[in-house]
Design a protein around this ligand. Structure first.
Ligand SMILES: [Fe+2]
Length: 405
């Protein structure tokens, strides 16, 4: 019996039938991986996911996918009517051969331009010092995407939050947008309850995202307080790429300057369940120092609209340590430097809170995760107007907010 999808339950069945990982002569490290419920064998040389688009910029796009075996991977792409090009990941003079996670950055793209692309992975069967044996080449595509325009005119995107391991919610919520155009999707944290293994990452996020949009439109993802939990939580950063390659970041799109923060855990770092591994106070302080500096930048000061996305809102989420620490560190900076809007999740109670004492800007909070509480937030901006619309999973619009300039 070959362990195809080795989740915890069928791992136990498989161990009973075969004598387990040790019976296969695996190394102790692989044995530990097996005991942790991760895949140690896969379906062979196949795509474990469709390609998904990351880190969109007017002149670049990252294409990621997962393969079952070690591969040399590349992307063939072309602008509509243009010449066919090939991109590969080269580090220090070597084309990369990755065991599973394939990541190719396309650089030098034209802004606001449609591209088609196909991804390829050639199996490495044997890697001897002077004899490398390749296997079959598999391909997936063609798909297409459009680079963001490099102007200050328009942006539109969709926001999901607090899915909490309910993969069907992705297509159900994205479907609420009907056929309205959008540029990308923003995943605003707590897409999981906690991190178990790669298979969970595939089944509960990457596959549902590619099934509804992610091979054609990029997504960005910031952690909520649940992505910090579980044995696979230290690994998840490898599977995603934000603009600038960091967990917290900023980017400009249309007339809006966006700031995305990682609010970390909701409880104090010394809470016993974190077992001494939590360092989120320091991490939030690091972000506050970056934010204070960043808000002095020309990109920030000159932007027509300034919008912050972060999972835990610093108001309306009780007096837990994480929220209060965000209020203490980020709140004064948001007010002083006049952000136009904060968009969050976390509370599982959707709502739009008007500017009032404590926050001089609206706080938009998406709901979830159960049916009847889930929302899609639709964001649009042009130079004279920023607007958000919150749509509940039954299709009902449950909140709107506009800022005119
Ligand atoms: Fe949360």
């Amino acid at each position: 019996m070959k362990p195809d999808n080795l989740n915890r339950r069928n791992f136990l069945q498989w161990t009973a039938l075969t004598g387990g990982a040790l019976g296969l002569g695996l190394s102790p490290v692989e044995t530990i991986a097996a005991a942790a419920g991760q895949n140690i064998e896969t379906k062979g040389h196949v795509f474990l996911t469709k390609p998904y688009l990351q880190a969109p910029e007017p002149d670049g796009m990252t294409i990621m996918w997962l393969t079952g075996r070690q591969s040399q991977s590349w992307v063939e792409y072309q602008a509509v009517g243009g010449q066919k090009l090939r991109a590969e990941s080269s580090v220090n003079g070597m084309f990369q051969i990755n065991p599973r996670i394939q990541r190719i950055r396309l650089n030098g793209l034209k802004p606001g331009t449609a591209y088609s692309y196909t991804v390829f992975s050639k199996e490495i069967v044997d890697f001897q010092p002077y004899k490398i044996t390749f296997g079959e080449t598999i391909q997936s595509g063609p798909y297409s995407f459009t680079t963001p325009p490099d102007d200050k005119e328009n942006v539109s995107f969709l926001i999901l939050n607090d899915i909490h391991d309910r993969p069907a919610s992705y297509s159900q919520l994205i479907g609420l947008n009907k056929a309205e155009p959008y540029d990308f999707v923003f995943l605003n944290g707590d897409m999981f309850d906690y991190q178990t293994d790669e298979q969970q990452l595939i089944d509960h996020m990457i596959a549902p995202c590619t099934a509804s949009f992610a091979s054609l439109k990029p997504f960005m993802f910031i952690r909520g307080n649940h992505e910090t939990r579980g044995k696979f939580s230290p690994n998840i950063g490898q599977y995603f790429e934000n603009p600038g390659g960091r967990a917290y970041f900023s980017f400009d799109r249309g007339p809006v300057h966006f700031i995305c923060l990682d609010t970390g855990e909701d409880k104090a770092d010394d809470t016993p369940v974190y077992a001494g591994l939590a360092d989120y106070d320091r991490f939030r302080e690091e972000q506050a120092a970056w934010l204070a500096q960043h808000m002095q930048s020309k990109a920030y000061r000159k932007a027509r609209f300034k919008v912050v996305l972060m999972h835990i809102p610093h108001y309306y989420s009780g007096d837990w340590h994480g929220a209060m620490h965000c209020r203490q560190l980020f709140g004064p900076l948001f007010n002083k430097h006049k952000i136009d809007m904060l968009i969050s999740g976390h509370t599982h109670r959707y709502g739009i809170h008007e500017p009032q004492e404590g926050h001089n800007f609206p706080i938009v909070i998406g709901g979830g995760p159960q049916a009847g509480k889930r929302t899609l937030i639709r964001f649009r901006a042009n130079p004279s107007k920023l607007s958000v619309e919150m749509i509940r999973d039954d299709g009902q619009a449950v909140g709107t907010y506009s800022i005119n300039r």
